[in-house]
Design a protein around this ligand. Structure first.
Ligand SMILES: Cc1cc2nc3c(=O)[nH]c(=O)nc-3n(C[C@H](O)[C@H](O)[C@H](O)COP(=O)(O)OP(=O)(O)OC[C@H]3O[C@@H](n4cnc5c(N)ncnc54)[C@H](O)[C@@H]3O)c2cc1C
Length: 311
């Protein structure tokens, strides 16, 4: 029986494995090889790694973890998790099934992340992570000196417009037939933001006059808005079924409910990264460094928890 199984090999899971490895915990990390920032050509706002590709970051993190003999990393998908409810306290724990069989651990740390559901506009998926993005901190500065589009009419529009107004030469909100609230409309008017309400037919890649990558947002009537970046607002869902299998408490957002130490509603199960958030934040805080920090915190709490059973 391992001390812990970490499911997930993104920044949250890799940092958790490192923290546990530092105290010589016997840890198995399982990684299905699907990462949220897979579509991104580069990672930003990550100190020490700004501009690296996500793959470079993970490779460096895996090299760090490989220095600790008690940590093993396996490229394998976990399918099922169940509680081992044994009377003997040292046999209590969790069983995790993979295609190769089952593994058991006294404690479980979920770091399986989320999946983005993009707006259905044709062409957005192909550009997501390069010309289309959801987070100005991750991909915003790269669009400096161009007109930037903001797709949608939801509450994200005002926030994104406020942040991008400092970077872009001009902003166009494309509501795609949606209606802005009067309050939001006033905020956009005050900032001089152009608003286009006509439905969007498709988004296509386009080379800007200076040779840079951009997009044409083609409207139903056939006219097009040329942009250097397009901000979109995907919805997120859990990437793995384990919160459901274990009956973990979820927040309204669908994230796994955790406390500040990454403890879930089920004793012995910890969670970190995009899949979870604590009540201290209105929503999941999703970034590479926030996920790594949460992984470190949850791993330290897991280690402390193991001490309480004499491990
Ligand atoms: C397009 C895009 C660009 C982004 N750019 C940036 C950026 O520039 N800077 C920044 O700070 N943030 C960026 N982010 C956000 C960042 O990617 C996430 O906040 C971060 O990856 C969250 O880390 P995580 O470890 O929680 O999840 P992830 O990185 O998504 O990792 C999840 C892990 O769980 C594993 N997994 C899932 N299910 C299973 C299973 N059943 N069995 C085994 N393993 C499983 C996966 O294989 C993966 O290893 C971006 C996000 C997107 C969508």
């Amino acid at each position: 029986m391992h001390d812990a199984i970490v499911i997930g090999g993104g920044p949250a899971g890799l940092q958790a494995a490192l923290t546990l490895g530092r105290t010589h915990r016997d840890v198995l990390l399982l990684d299905a090889g699907r990462y949220r920032n897979d579509p991104a050509d580069a990672m930003h706002n990550v100190i020490g790694h700004d501009g690296d590709t996500p793959a470079q970051f993970r490779a460096a993190a895996r090299r760090d973890v490989a220095r600790y003999a008690t940590v093993s990393v396996r490229d394998a998908e976990a399918f099922k998790v169940r509680v081992l409810d044994d009377d003997a306290p040292d046999r209590r724990g969790f069983e995790v099934s993979t295609a190769d069989g089952t593994e058991t651990a006294r404690r479980l740390l979920l770091a399986t992340g989320v999946v983005d559901e993009l707006p259905p506009t044709p062409g957005v998926a192909e550009l997501f992570g390069t010309v289309a993005a959801h987070c100005p901190y991750c991909h915003g500065h790269e669009y400096a000196g161009t007109r930037v589009g903001i797709l949608g009419a939801g509450p994200h529009v005002g926030h994104v417009a406020g942040l991008m107004a400092r970077i872009a030469t001009g902003l166009t909100v494309l509501t795609d037939g949606g209606e802005l609230t009067e309050e939001l409309r006033a905020v956009l008017d005050a900032r001089g933001v152009e608003v286009v309400t006509e439905p969007v037919a498709r988004v296509e890649p386009h080379t800007l006059r200076d040779g840079g990558a951009g997009a044409r947002v083609v409207l139903d009537g056939g006219t097009a808005v040329e942009v250097g970046g397009l901000m979109v607002a995907p919805k997120q869902r859990q990437a793995a079924p384990f919160a459901e299998q274990l009956g973990l408490e979820l927040r309204d957002s669908g994230s796994v409910a955790i406390d500040a130490f990454g403890r879930t509603s089920l004793p012995g199960v910890f969670a970190a990264g995009d899949l979870a958030h604590s009540a201290d934040f209105p929503t999941a805080v999703s970034s590479v460094l926030a996920a790594a920090a949460a992984g470190q915190m949850a791993a330290a709490a897991l280690g402390a928890d193991l001490l309480t059973i004499g491990r």
